[in-house]
Design a binder for this molecule. Structure first.
Ligand SMILES: Cc1cc2nc3c(=O)[nH]c(=O)nc-3n(C[C@H](O)[C@H](O)[C@H](O)COP(=O)(O)OP(=O)(O)OC[C@H]3O[C@@H](n4cnc5c(N)ncnc54)[C@H](O)[C@@H]3O)c2cc1C
Length: 426
């Protein structure tokens, strides 16, 4: 456990990551080629890959590294998006869609190569992830996904009911799709390790710096903060689901939803039958849930929505009820930590790279799949800012557009997720 005050900890990972939290602060005005706003996977990966190309860059993070989704997520390093590959191709067209599917399919391998290259201490495991069928129709969907991925040459395996039960330790699922390309990490450890590598490569990273305004002045960008002014030629907004009012309407290009996690205390040998190979699992239900174990034998379980109540509140009742349903022979468990975070959902479930103005870019809207995509988008934005062609980006750059009823949809989703939590905690 690291030395931060327990009250400041945003997730289990914030406490259990072996990589140290960065503490470098900004003192006075800065002039830089590139300024990056946001210290998650996207911002830090951009900084790492820019610095490796010798490009001067400064990251400005309002809170601490990993404060947004990057330090709060489940840690499933998945290949591809939520959408099946055929849907991605149908929406993006054959040429862009096929390239994007391939890029994201290979993205976990890139994440694990960075972990190895920089010796990042983040509990990496490359035993795959399992998409588990909550119903027979969910299993039919997994069969189609499996066929399509196999056609593309991906190392995926359809598991029948018994095989799924052996891998997860419960008979509730109708089958599963084991994706051997994927794996699990401690996400806070990963983003802190990337930040350490970026600093070592020459990137400057400042925490506790909120960018309050962003203005263009004679071809330069001026970023105002309470600690001083940053002048930059180019800016990357890597604020994603945690976007504030810095750029007008940016947070209106997605619908924000919440996703929560509850972690037990380490369970020891009594839980050895659960996920013995430590794959991470999520299911096919419309209000999906996830389950995984960490390196210390804790179970993490979560779903869409926020945390309600403390020790005996609604969310812990939900977690207890679901652990009992999945693993009746486990017996009573004690909980150690619960938390939630924000996810940026786009109407078509595809991410975007917007050019907000000349020299101002934002990769945004990973739809709950940000570990591998954030790393790749950051890498490729860095290449683009170093002179690579626009068609080498994961997706074409598009002009900004808002989602009409994003905040209304956020409220409706929040109500539906709360109702689901109530029903499933009974
Ligand atoms: C509970 C949960 C579970 C998830 N599970 C998974 C998973 O298992 N696998 C997966 O791949 N993805 C998962 N995701 C999604 C993934 O975490 C995100 O897509 C990813 O972290 C986005 O990274 P990012 O760097 O783009 O943004 P973030 O990590 O959200 O970083 C944005 C940063 O911008 C900073 N910021 C905002 N405004 C300003 C400002 N004005 N000035 C300075 N700084 C600012 C914020 O403080 C924040 O640190 C999950 C998300 C959540 C919330």
């Amino acid at each position: 456990m690291n030395e931060q005050k327990t009250t400041d900890l945003i997730s289990l990972w914030d406490a259990s990551a072996k990589e140290k939290a960065l503490s470098s602060r900004m003192t006075g005005d800065i002039v830089s080629d590139v300024a990056i706003v946001g210290g998650g996977f996207t911002g830090i990966s951009t900084a790492l890959h820019l610095a490796e190309r010798g490009i001067e860059c400064h990251v400005l993070e309002a809170q601490k590294i990993g404060y947004g989704g990057s330090g709060r997520n489940v840690g499933l390093v998945n290949a591809g998006l939520w959408l099946p590959p055929q849907n991605v191709r149908a929406q993006l067209g054959d040429s862009v869609g096929s390239r994007f599917v391939r890029l994201l399919g290979d993205a976990p391998a890139y994440v694990f190569s960075l972990i190895e290259k920089h010796g990042i201490e983040c509990e990496p495991r490359r035993n795959g992830t399992i998409h588990a069928a909550h119903s027979q129709s969910g299993f039919e969907d997994l069969k189609t996904r499996c066929e399509e991925w196999r056609r593309l040459g991906a190392h995926v395996e359809l598991l029948n009911r018994e095989e799924t039960a052996d891998k997860i330790g419960t008979h509730v699922f109708h089958g599963g799709l084991l994706d051997h390309r994927a794996g699990t990490i401690n996400p806070m450890g990963y983003v802190r390790g990337l930040a350490r590598a970026a600093q070592a490569a020459g990137a400057m990273i400042h925490i506790g710096v909120t960018v309050n305004s962003l203005q263009s002045d004679h071809g330069k960008w001026i970023l105002d903060t309470a600690q001083g002014r940053v002048t930059a030629n180019r800016v990357v907004l890597a604020t994603n689901a945690y976007s504030d009012d810095l750029w007008p309407d940016l947070k209106r290009c997605f619908t924000m939803i919440h996703y929560f996690q509850v972690a037990t205390k380490p369970l020891g040998q009594q839980a050895d039958f659960i996920l013995p190979e430590r794959q991470g699992v999520w299911d096919t239900a419309p209000v999906m849930f996830n389950i995984r174990r960490d390196d210390h034998g804790r179970i993490l379980i979560g779903s869409m929505g926020r945390i309600f109540g403390g020790g005996h509140g609604l969310t812990q009742r939900w977690a207890r009820r679901n652990i009992e349903r999945l693993f009746p022979k486990l017996g009573q468990v004690e909980f150690e930590k619960s938390w939630y975070g924000q996810i940026a959902m786009t109407p078509d479930h595809l991410p975007r790279i917007f050019r907000l103005a000349e020299g101002l870019y934002t990769p945004i809207g990973y739809n709950g799949r940000g570990i591998a995509p954030g790393t790749i988008f950051g890498r490729d934005i860095a290449k683009y800012l170093s002179g690579a062609a626009e068609n080498e980006l994961p997706l074409p750059i598009t002009n900004f557009h808002k989602v009409g009823s994003g905040s209304l949809k956020s409220r409706l989703y929040a109500m539906a997720f709360t109702a689901n939590q109530v029903i499933r905690s009974l």
